[in-house]
Design a protein around this ligand. Structure first.
Ligand code: GAL
Length: 683
């Protein structure tokens, strides 16, 4: 926060502009009411045009010109783009993909994060940057690289990486016999006699982004270790820069994660050495449902759960000529920019910078969306940025003095993400999307949710959801059992604990080690395809007026053998008619729910709403229509609901009582209406 206002601005690329254009841009930023920019992540060639010859003078001038106008800079280390002189001298720095193809110079992120020479160069440039700006009053912090592991750069297979991987395995398993035993390499006669015989798994098409890792020939235990090794290597690369920066500055250090939508870095580990978590979150400016974005923010909030704040360092601005439309970035519906900013701030963001300030003329992202159109003429979006800047001043006090206090959490776990990507159980299943679906179901009920790791953090919440936790270690099973014994409520879905931490399957009843907690055993599991879909029936759990909810299963389905649990859902047709798929087990002072079938949005909403009501969990006391979300913040024991209408039309809804508009002080009657894309804050 600065001068009583949240940080609000854009990513700026002055290395591409003339002096004169920089002047024009700064005036426009001032007019827009911006007070923050992020700069430098691709500008190494300008900072160090020849090895050891640094030129920061041009950047000093931009930072101070911005500073004079009250605009603060978030300074990036430029390691996303190693310059051509470096590649000429050390071609081995180049990234090698899973097919053995060396990525040539000519794009970005063309480096191996394990390469010793590159690590040294990166440390040096980070150190130079921090030495120069570590105490600069116009600099608000430092940002490392750009989207580590993004665009298929998180699984380098060069000779250096292969050798390091073998060493990593040796360190982990001690002896090759131990590795053979744990991996079960006797399968297909893959038994090894030395660590140097092991190779990183190969895929003919390299995984990237949310794409599945899916492999067939690889040992799943080896493949999971490869994911962990790559993630650890990238984090080491990042941490060398964290160290270099921190030698010269006390300002916060961060890097831009890509939230839940990529799978190259375990962000719980990666962000542990950073002062603030940052994310690139591109909300759709046309969608009627921003729950995926809400899930992304909840995930960021949960990574540093002691501060529950984060920075959004890239966000949708609209504009440009839409040539980069593959990102799904459309021109904003009027009000959408205001609303997406409010949504970010209400959800815990304390900085928001758009990608990016002025439409690019050149290069791969030519004519990309941006705050200013290519001709620099302020149009309707500009007026909206101005309005947001003005309103942000109004929101700041409330945001600063209130906090998010959710009682419900979804556990998001990297081993589960990787394991389901390595061996998908249904081609249509995507772990992160399923987590987001559960977030949406809870949001429909007005239940605020955090996203947290699968560890003792669960003890801070009353209700915890484990979406298809396919891998679970003994330590967490114990934590979970104690949590429920002490009064916690857990809902775990299909495929719970079918594998151990090695991505191997224990010879045990499933959910392995948890049959007592859930009071059931899974008898049979089955992927759901269009032809095999079954109708399912849920008995309403608590209302006193027994009623049945009906719907269909999807993705995966299980038949349960009931031990101590109560049945709460059964199949209504197919050869499974009458068999249970969902259960509730009272255990100690708490309750463990198990739902063995993938369910559609409305059944998930009914189920989670029901559980919340039964256990008296915090939820907005008014019903939300489709395309709405309520973010609850608490100030001095009072609830403040930021109620969003993401729809492109107005929505009328019923409040449980009269409220007060937190900003105007006016009464808000029970019959409330929100205009298209409107947000109201009520208390
Ligand atoms: C991000 C990336 C930016 C830019 C943007 C395009 O993932 O960090 O540099 O490429 O996508 O919208």
């Amino acid at each position: 926060m600065v001068n009583g206002m949240i940080y609000y601005g854009a990513d700026y690329y002055p290395e591409q502009e003339t002096e004169q254009d920089i002047g024009t841009d700064i005036s426009l930023m001032v007019d827009a009411g911006f007070n923050a920019v992020r700069m430098g992540e691709f500008a190494w060639i300008k900072f160090e045009p020849r090895e050891g010859e640094y030129d920061f003078a041009w950047f000093d001038s931009v930072i101070s010109r911005l500073g004079e106008k009250g605009i603060f800079s978030l300074v990036c280390t430029p390691t996303a783009c190693p310059p051509v002189w470096m590649i000429d001298k050390h071609p081995d720095i180049l990234y090698t993909d899973g097919r053995g193809v060396v990525r040539p110079f000519g794009g970005r992120r063309h480096y191996c994060y394990n390469n010793a020479a590159y690590r040294e160069y990166s440390e040096k440039i980070a150190e130079e940057t921090a030495r120069r700006y570590g105490n600069n009053k116009n600099v608000i912090g430092f940002h490392i690289d750009n989207e580590l592991a993004q665009e298929g750069t998180g699984r380098c297979q060069c000779a250096v990486c292969k050798n390091l991987f073998r060493g990593w395995l040796e360190k982990k398993y001690g002896s090759i016999d131990n590795l053979n035993k744990i991996y079960g390499t006797i399968f297909w006669g893959q038994t090894y006699s030395r660590f140097d015989q092991l190779n990183p798994p190969v895929k003919s098409i390299e995984p990237c982004g949310a794409e599945r890792i899916e492999t067939f020939f690889d040992n799943p235990a080896l493949r999971l270790d490869w994911e962990r090794f790559c993630s650890d290597s990238i984090i080491d690369f990042q941490n060398i820069q964290v160290g270099a920066l921190k030698r010269h500055t006390d300002k916060p250090v961060t890097t831009n994660t890509t939230g839940g939508w990529t799978n190259g870095v375990n962000y719980y580990k990666g962000c542990s050495t950073l002062d603030i978590v940052s994310v690139d979150e591109y909300p759709s400016l046309r969608t009627e449902d921003l729950s995926a974005t809400g899930f992304g923010y909840a995930f960021m909030r949960g990574i540093k759960d002691n501060i529950k704040k984060f920075w959004v360092v890239e966000s949708s601005s609209g504009g440009g000529l839409g040539v980069w439309a593959r990102q799904g970035v459309s021109q904003p519906y009027p009000g959408a920019l205001t609303q997406t900013a409010q949504h970010a701030f209400a959800s815990g963001a304390e900085l928001l910078t758009y990608f990016q300030f002025r439409t690019f003329r050149f290069g791969a992202e030519q004519l990309e969306a941006s705050v200013m159109d290519i001709d620099g003429i302020p149009r309707r979006r500009f007026k909206e940025f101005q309005k947001i800047s003005a309103e942000a001043k109004k929101w700041t006090d409330l945001l600063e003095s209130s906090s998010i206090n959710n009682e419900t959490a979804i556990c998001f776990d990297y081993d589960c993400l990787w394991a389901t990507a390595i061996k998908p159980f249904n081609a249509h299943y995507h772990y992160t999307s399923y987590c987001a679906k559960l977030y949406r179901a809870l949001a429909k009920n007005g239940i605020g949710t955090d996203v947290i790791p699968m560890d003792e953090t669960i003890n801070k919440y009353k209700f915890v959801i484990l979406p298809a936790p396919i891998i679970m270690d003994c330590r967490f099973k114990k934590i979970l059992g104690d949590y429920v014994k002490n009064g916690g409520v857990v809902l775990s879905t299909f495929l719970t604990a079918i594998k151990d931490e090695n991505n191997s399957a224990p010879r045990e009843r499933v959910p392995a080690g948890l049959t007592e907690l859930f009071g059931i055993t899974v008898a049979e599991g089955d992927p759901v395809f269009d032809k095999t879909r079954a109708q399912v029936e849920f008995s309403i759990l608590f209302s006193g007026k027994p009623s049945l909810l009906k719907g269909a299963n999807e993705l995966w389905t299980e038949s349960l053998e009931i031990n101590t649990a109560n049945v709460i859902g059964r199949y209504a047709d197919t050869f499974r008619a009458g068999e249970p798929f969902a259960s509730r087990n009272d255990y100690g002072k708490g309750t463990a729910y198990y739902v063995g079938a993938g369910l559609d949005d409305s059944l998930l909403a009914a189920l989670t709403g029901d559980i919340a009501a039964r256990h008296g969990l915090e939820a907005a006391p008014f019903a939300l229509k489709d395309g709405m979300e309520a973010v609850r913040r608490v100030k001095d024991g009072e609830n403040y609901y930021f109620v969003f209408n993401f729809n492109e039309k107005s929505v009328s809804f019923k409040l449980d009582r009269m409220y007060t508009d937190a900003f105007t002080g006016e009464a808000v009657s029970e019959d409330a209406t929100l205009a298209a894309k409107e947000c109201i804050v009520i208390t």
